[in-house]
Design a binder for this molecule. Structure first.
Ligand SMILES: *Cc1c(COP(=O)(O)O)cnc(C)c1O
Ligand SMILES: [Zn+2]
Length: 394
């Protein structure tokens, strides 16, 4: 394994990687995995990739598992990067692509993070895993725990999408429903579970980001090692955006890509847009969003531990942050479905709404290569979409 150590994203303190960690004990910030990239570059190059399996574990040298037998997999990652010709033509764009994460096990990209985090947690001796989740992370943890024969306990807001609650029950995990938001679910979890349960909350352990960073590796590989000009990404806790930004730096150090970077665009919902507000103010961190409300469950995150990392990536990339309404999301989900045959999660549809905004503001040129992230399947939001469509019609 090429994982060297963990490093605090704020105070740069270093920690051994061969035991379980949550936040930095010195400053309470997320820890990030650091690899021996020089050694990786000397034993393995990108030309070895085409012969490898079509899953995110094709990048195993850049992932945190020591013994391959400990990988808990359901085939996550290496999702399609689809050309969106018809939708692109409607918008006057020549180079529009959709990274379709709905193809992942459990129907969302949460599978990537939890495949990595569950594999590593179990490798380091954890047996009981817990998580607070507004939606898809719940189903993903429950599935990977079942796959590994480990116990999972999941705390969700009681109004989370029905599919996720049902999946958790079918996978045999313990489900506790909490009044309120994901932050309330997290508080309830910490109060009721002791240290015997390992906490897999977003960015509270170092390896969900590692799983999600593989989206950045895949984009580069699928585009012939040339990153796109713009990435539009629905941002809740920001794991994917932080992860991809990290992946780009790693790939440059490995000599796989040059120094050019996409402009990163964080998309949030008008009913919960702490990152957008902070970005507009030029702040380095985000304030908690009071009473968040949106149909995009994955974006209903009032406060993100990694806010400073998201804002840093947006700033360094010359990117933007955009908030869109639930009504736009619902309409654009239908447009994406009609024009491309992709039934997106509301979070994914929000990427299209954001793209339209950016075109109106002339922040994107018509010939740029643009990647929209569809982070999950619309099939997981039947109840949510139905309510939203009824509301628009009435
Ligand atoms: C969790 C989730 C998001 C937000 O992901 P982060 O990387 O944590 O910002 C977006 N879309 C869907 C479908 C999700 O489940
Ligand atoms: Zn620290």
């Amino acid at each position: 394994m090429y994982l060297n150590h963990l490093e605090c994203a704020r105070c740069a303190a270093k920690f051994e990687a061969d035991r379980l960690h949550n936040l930095c004990p010195a400053c309470g910030s997320p820890l990030l995995a650091r690899y021996d990239l020089e050694r990786i570059a000397s034993v393995f190059g990108r030309e070895a990739l085409p012969a490898r399996p079509a899953s995110m574990w094709r990048y195993r040298e850049l992932l945190p598992v020591a013994d391959e037998r400990n990988i808990v997999t359901l085939g996550e990652g290496y999702t399609l990067l689809l050309r969106a010709e018809r939708l692109g033509a409607r918008l006057g764009l020549k180079n529009l692509l959709v990274k379709d994460e709905s193809l992942n096990p459990t129907g969302s990209f949460k599978a990537r993070g939890l495949s990595a985090a569950v594999s590593r947690a179990l490798e380091l001796g954890a047996r009981r895993l817990c998580i607070p989740s507004a939606g898809n992370a719940a189903a993903a943890l429950a599935a990977y725990a079942a796959r590994a024969g480990a116990d999972a306990c999941i705390f969700m807001p009681e109004d989370a999408p029905e599919a996720n609650k049902l999946e958790v029950a079918f996978y045999g995990a313990e489900l506790r429903l909490v009044k309120g938001l994901i932050t309330d679910a997290a508080r309830a979890m910490r109060q009721s579970l002791g240290d015997a349960w390992f906490d897999l909350s977003t960015l509270r352990e170092p390896y969900r980001v590692e799983g999600k960073k593989t989206m950045g590796y895949e984009l580069a590989e699928q585009l012939g090692w040339q990153l796109p000009e713009v990435i539009i990404y629905p941002t809740g806790g920001g794991t994917g955006l932080i992860g991809m930004w990290k992946a780009f730096a790693e790939m440059e150090a490995l000599g796989w890509i040059d120094g050019r970077r996409p402009r990163m665009v964080a998309v949030q919902s008008e009913g919960c847009a702490p990152i957008v507000r902070a970005f507009e103010k030029g702040a380095e961190s985000a304030e908690e969003w009071p009473s968040p409300e949106t149909i995009a469950a994955g974006l209903r995150v009032p406060r993100a531990l990694g806010d400073f990392l998201i804002l840093r990536a947006l700033g360094e990339s010359g990117g933007a942050a955009v908030a869109v309404s639930d009504q736009e999301i619902t309409r654009d989900a239908a447009e994406l479905a009609q024009s491309e045959g992709i039934f997106a999660a509301p979070e994914g549809a929000a990427s299209l709404s954001a793209l339209k905004r950016l075109l109106d503001l002339k922040l994107i040129a018509r010939d740029e290569r643009i990647v929209l992230f569809n982070t999950g399947s619309g099939l997981k939001y039947m109840d949510v979409y139905k309510r939203s469509q009824d509301k628009i019609r009435s």
